[in-house]
Design a protein around this ligand. Structure first.
Ligand SMILES: Cc1cc2nc3c(=O)[nH]c(=O)nc-3n(C[C@H](O)[C@H](O)[C@H](O)COP(=O)(O)OP(=O)(O)OC[C@H]3O[C@@H](n4cnc5c(N)ncnc54)[C@H](O)[C@@H]3O)c2cc1C
Length: 447
């Protein structure tokens, strides 16, 4: 007997789990969501000026048939399909992404430094810390001009504290022969990676996907319910609004460190380990301009310190509906991401001005177009950081949770950045549901 399944969080993972439970004919489930809307980090907002923003640059691409089917069911043909057009701003030039594959676009001095570094690089292995790994794989030049400053801007964590185990398909590893070829034959290599083609909903931003998925079981979603305490012996949940519920199985998609901190009677060893997990935080700063959309690129990376953001997304290009009245003959918009952490302070005051100045200083916009919107969303949990101790912590904490019928899954539930995108989160939710109902082994999540 499976009994009652409680799901914490109505983001992609929780909704993926709910949809699968419902598909398998198991209707005894309920989703508890802290906020007043579904979608989690993958939700979208419309600001008072009428611009739509995501919580940072989201591109929809998929590794899993199950995610493709969810998208098809939710959006049908109401999607745009884009070819990635992505660049890195270095030394006043736009270098096509991935940087390391397209060194020929750098000024000669920097290109030579990067190439010599690449030739001399001894090669790395996943047991290295991330700092040593980038030097060993890319050499001194690429590390100095791109890898180190860019990664610090994203992770807001010293690379020495990070592992190199997450890299896989997240970082393009190039050899010097390919780099030389690109320089001598003046060839670009821009198709690398899983997201070189991506989809985007025609209306409503990324969040539209999850708004539509949730419609199917809206009567089972309890908004405004923040889990504040959990008794694993009595299988009892308590929420900040005073309500309680019991469960037989729990799928939690809230951050793992916060979950463990709220479990009554959790052993001290488990608490301490979970508390040592590291994350960064992100400000999404969206700038809406009264200026026609002319830029044809998708998103841009910024390793240098003339702009506070590490990435800017040309959001009107993703869908005209992202600007007021879908009027791209009048409006354009850039969605930027600025990280912060105890290692990287980013004062909230004046942030919008710094970002807007950065867009001009880095050459994203020229002249002084009229700013008609400056919208900020604060994302306290942005990236789950793959620190050196992360895997040890997960191998200690997760088995203890599983012994108590608690499946902690999703971007911050599993705390595995390498499986931290929307398609991964949905797949983890689906797999957890199948495991609970049909005892099927999970295909994505592992320790
Ligand atoms: C800056 C940024 C850029 C990204 N770019 C991409 C991209 O390009 N492509 C891509 O596929 N993915 C991208 N992602 C990742 C994507 O947002 C996540 O994979 C996805 O949202 C994770 O879904 P989830 O359900 O696991 O977690 P979440 O989306 O975090 O959902 C968890 C839910 O739990 C709720 N919750 C938390 N605590 C409690 C509590 N105590 N009680 C009740 N509810 C609670 C939250 O409110 C939230 O709704 C990006 C993420 C960020 C931050």
């Amino acid at each position: 007997m499976t009994g009652r399944v409680a799901i914490i969080g109505a983001g992609p993972c929780g909704l993926g789990a709910a949809r699968e439970l419902s598909r398998l004919g198991h209707d005894d489930f309920v989703i508890y969501e802290r906020s007043q809307h579904v979608g989690g980090l993958a939700s979208s907002v419309v600001d008072p000026a009428g611009f739509t923003w995501d919580h940072g640059g989201h591109v929809v691409f998929s590794h899993f048939g199950e995610f493709d089917r969810l998208l098809q069911e939710a959006l049908g043909d109401e999607v745009y399909e884009h070819d990635r057009s992505s660049y890195i701003r270095v030394a006043g030039r736009w270098v096509p992404y991935p940087f390391q594959n397209n060194l020929r676009h750098l000024p000669p001095k920097e290109a030579l430094e990067c190439l010599i570094g690449l030739i001399k690089a001894p090669g790395g292995n996943p047991d290295m810390d991330f700092s040593s790994w980038m030097e060993a794989v890319f050499g001194a030049g690429i590390t100095r001009h791109f890898m180190r400053p860019y990664n610090f801007k994203v992770w807001a964590t010293p690379a020495e504290r990070m592992s190199a185990r997450w890299i896989g398909e997240r970082v393009s590893v190039v050899d010097y022969e390919r780099a030389l070829r690109s320089i001598l034959f003046e060839e670009d290599d821009v198709s690398w990676g899983p997201n070189n083609r991506f989809l985007f909903p025609m209306v409503g931003g990324t969040g539209e996907i999850y708004r539509r998925v949730a419609l199917r079981f809206a009567d089972r979603i309890r908004l405004g319910h923040e889990l504040v305490a959990l008794d694993p012996e009595a299988k009892l949940l308590r929420f900040t609004n005073g309500r309680t519920d019991t469960y037989d199985h729990l799928i939690s998609t809230m951050p793992l460190d916060l979950l463990v901190a709220r479990i009554e009677g959790a052993p001290e060893r488990i608490r301490q380990e979970a508390a040592a997990l590291t994350h960064n935080s992100v400000y999404m700063v969206g700038i809406g301009y009264e200026q026609p959309l002319k830029d044809d690129r998708s998103w841009l990376y910024f390793p240098e310190d003339n702009a506070p953001f590490y990435r800017a997304t040309n959001f009107a290009k993703y869908s005209p509906a992202n600007v007021p009245d879908a009027d791209t003959a009048r409006y354009s918009s850039y969605m930027t991401e600025v990280s912060f952490s105890p290692w990287k302070h980013e004062p909230r005051q004046g942030l919008e001005e710094r970002v807007e100045r950065g867009l001009r200083a880095a050459g994203v916009v020229s002249g002084r177009p009229k700013v008609v919107s400056a919208h900020v969303e604060t994302i306290p949990y942005g990236y789950p950081v793959p620190t050196l101790e992360r895997d040890r912590i997960l191998r200690t904490v997760q088995p203890w949770l599983m012994e108590h019928d608690i499946y902690s899954r999703g971007r911050f539930g599993a705390w595995r950045y390498e499986a931290g995108n929307m398609d991964h989160a949905v797949k983890m939710g689906i797999d957890a549901a199948r495991r609970i109902i049909a005892d099927k082994p999970e295909e994505l999540w592992s320790l």
